[in-house]
Each structure stands twice: as C-alpha cells, then as structure tokens.
Design a protein around this ligand. Structure first.
Ligand SMILES: C[S@@+](CC[C@H](N)C(=O)[O-])C[C@H]1O[C@@H](n2cnc3c(N)ncnc32)[C@H](O)[C@@H]1O
Length: 414
C-alpha cells in the first residue's frame, strides 16, 4: 500500500540535553561500561519515558544494542523488554543493569584477579584467523587469562572480569582500539611492537585490574542509586527481532528504539573479536551475520511517497537493493514489536538522515508515512542536533558530512 500523499508534519527543534538537565553526562552510572556504536543518548530516552509512560509500565526496545533504554527504564521505575541480534546484549545487561541489592566487594574482586593471574587451562577462541589480530606472545597470554576467567564461578565478578578482559583484549591487539570498527592499522602495529620491547605482561595485568576496579565502582554507584529497588527486565540477544515470537497476550505501554543506520551498520563485524573471546563459534557468528539488516535480501518492497522519490533518484541497482533491504527488515522489526503495543501507546523511534547517492534520506518520514497507513498517528517529530555520537569509524564513506541532526519520531497507536 502506498501513502499516496505526503503526510503533513512540523519538525520541532529541541535539545534533549537541555530538556533533561538532570542527566549531566551520557556515560553516567553504568551507561559507559561498554562502548557501542550509535548508542542512544540517555537524555532522549529519559525524555520519552517521562512524557509517555507511567511507573510500572513495560517498554520494548527491539534494537536494544547496549541497553540504554533498559537502564533508563529501570532508573525510572519502568520495566524493560530488550531484544537484539547481537549476542553481546546478554553479556552487557546483567552487569549494566545489575539486579543485586548489595554492593560488590573490591576484596572479592581482588581474589578473583589473583585467580586469573595465576592462570589455568588456556582458552582458544574458535576462530581460525585469531592469530591475524595478535602478536603470538600476547595471544598466548590472553588465552591463559581468558581460560582462567572461564573457570571462575559464574557470578557478577566473573562478568566484571569478562568486561575488563574484552577491553584489554582489544587494546593489546593489532586492531585499532580507539575506533569501533575492527581493523588493523599501521600505527597500532607500531604501538604493539613498542609494548613488546618492555614488560607488556605487567602492563596488561595492571590495565586489567584498573578496568575491573572501574567497572566495579560504576556498578556499585548504580546499586546505591537504585537504593534497594530491583530492576525488572527481560533481555534476549542473538535474535532477529523481525521474526521474534512474543508470548501471546504480551503487551507493552511504549516502544523506544533506535534502529541501525542505513549504511555502515556493521555490528557483528565490529564485535567479532569480542564474540570469539566470549566463546561464540564461527557458525554462531555466521548465523547472526546473515540476519543483520543491510546484508539480507528484501522479502517485500516497502513503498511510501518519500521512499519512492528516493528510489527514483538512485543511480545504482546496488544502492536500491540496500534501500529495499533496509526498509523491509527494519519495518518488519517495528511491525512485530508495535503489534504488541496497547492502544494509545507511543512508539518513539530515534534515527538520523543519512545521505545516499548525494541525497539526504529522511528515514523518519518514510517510517511516518508507512505507519500512518497502519493505525498509527504521528504525534510529533523532534529534531535534536548531534553533539557527540560516535558511529563506526572516520573512514571515507558515502556520507562525508556525517549527520548533523537526529530525529525522534513519535507515533501514537490508535
Ligand atoms: C543503533 S543500534 C542500537 C543502539 C542502542 N539504542 C543503544 O543505545 O545501545 C542498532 C542495533 O540493531 C541491531 N540489529 C541489527 N539487525 C537486527 C535484527 N535483525 N534484529 C534485532 N536487532 C538487530 C544491531 O545489533 C544494533 O545493536
């Protein structure tokens, strides 16, 4: 079905940072524990929670990523239902949204660190080309540390050490650790060569300890903030949210979500090293890679007024295919989750306007047109100027200007 006429809407400029001044830093509490490309700013999520939900409501995020919506929901006394294709979700959430009432003990962490430094059975990631990413002696050192970590009791301390080990495993690799995208650089190779001239092992252990202590402190700050209330949430990583089967009768009072970007949504590739260290196998990685949105063939062609105008402008079949795939699968995910919303509930979708073939694509407008034909009314479109949001890399791409604004599309279920 085509939205034959454009839908009228006024875009309102806002600053979520100004609207939610109580959040003073995007990485407050445990928001900064894991780095994740194209993370939501917590201010935007908090704004929607405050405007459109009540305490006790359940919010769904089918593109949960690093769980920004989950943490903000729990801090506001809402329940969260989080899904993502990335298996990492199930490693991030138990730590980022720690459900214990008691603070973690630095002394226990220190004991566990000792156990790790004493070594144990080596752990070998199931990746034939892992050697490409490391100097052989560093790889062997990390295999001992990970082996020992995997023998620890499966509790929150093990998760703290897992998160810290992920950070040092990237830092001590040939992969550029200051950028999200996984790639080897010449400067990083020189850096590692330099480390190998000195006592790299002591340095690695020191860094692991510092990272783990910082993570523990952040988790303890969260425990203090929650003051005895236990967050209520469900999370499931490794799922395609477009075909996820919600329990019959499951209802949500809001959706707050930020889908992948039209181009450069390489989440699985970005986290490959992490996923192999976590113990995922080649076939697990292949399974989720095949489900990642830009790499799948479209199973239907979405048509809306704006999308058809963009299509008419594109010069290459490859770009049209990418566009078809993106809208088909992103909208499958939203259709699936939004079917579970109660009447009157809002769907708050946060997305930028990327450039394709020199043309700015108003993704929010395509979504708005699509859903206005499917029982949703557009309540508002808020434009937020981007201050800092790290996407994937500074590589040359088809969008050299980057995106200057992001848009919060607010739809109301009729
Ligand atoms: C923009 S990120 C979300 C970031 C998140 N809002 C945060 O604050 O961390 C988009 C997410 O979509 C996920 N994704 C891509 N394809 C998916 C699919 N078919 N089903 C579920 N999630 C998918 C990616 O793994 C990524 O985490």
């Amino acid at each position: 079905m085509i939205a034959s006429r454009p839908v009228d809407v006024t875009v309102v400029p806002v600053s979520f940072r100004d609207l939610v001044p109580e959040i003073t830093a995007s990485a407050y509490l445990t928001h900064g524990l894991y780095y994740y490309p194209a993370k939501f700013i917590p201010h935007a999520v908090r704004y929607c929670l405050q405007q459109f939900t009540q305490p006790g409501d359940t919010v769904v995020d089918p593109f949960a990523g690093s769980g920004t919506v989950g943490l903000e929901a729990c801090l506001c006394g809402r329940r969260a239902f989080l899904l993502d294709l990335n298996y990492l979700l199930d490693h991030i959430i138990p730590l980022k949204i720690y459900q214990g009432r008691l603070a973690l003990s630095p002394a226990v962490l220190e004991e566990r660190l000792h156990a790790i430094f004493s070594g144990g059975t080596e752990f070998h990631p199931h990746w034939d080309t892992i050697g490409y990413w490391y100097a052989p002696e560093i790889l062997a050192g990390l295999q001992r540390l990970w082996g020992a970590q995997k023998q620890l009791p499966h509790d929150t301390y093990a998760l703290v050490l897992e998160a810290a080990l992920l950070k040092v495993s990237k830092h001590f690799s040939y992969a550029e650790h200051r950028l999200p995208k996984l790639f080897r650089s010449k400067s990083k190779r020189l850096y590692i060569d330099g480390l190998l001239q000195g006592d790299w092992q002591t340095r690695l252990h020191r860094q692991l300890r510092t990272q783990a202590q910082n993570i523990l402190e952040d988790v303890n700050e969260l425990v203090e903030k929650l003051n005895g209330s236990v967050p209520a949430l469900v999370h499931q990583g490794g799922v395609d949210s477009g075909s996820y089967e919600f329990r019959p009768g499951m209802e949500f009072q809001a959706l707050i979500s930020s889908p992948p970007y039209l181009q450069a949504q390489e989440y699985v590739r970005t986290f490959k090293l992490d996923l192999y260290w976590l113990g995922y196998k080649q076939r697990d990685i292949q399974r989720i890679t095949a489900l990642e949105i830009p790499y799948r063939k479209a199973s239907r062609i979405v048509e809306t007024h704006t999308l058809n105008a963009v299509r008419a402008h594109l010069s290459s079949a490859k770009l049209s295919g990418m566009l078809d795939s993106y809208f088909c699968h992103t909208l499958n995910v939203f259709d699936n989750a939004m079917a579970q919303l109660v009447r009157g509930a809002r769907a708050c979708i946060f997305i930028g306007n990327p450039r394709v073939d020199g043309l700015e694509v108003e993704i929010w407008r395509v979504f708005m047109e699509y859903f206005s034909d499917r029982g949703f009314e557009c309540e508002a479109v808020l434009e937020d100027r981007i201050k800092a949001r790290q996407l994937f890399s500074a590589r040359k791409n088809k969008n050299p200007d980057g995106m200057k604004s992001e848009f919060m599309l607010i739809l109301r279920k009729q």
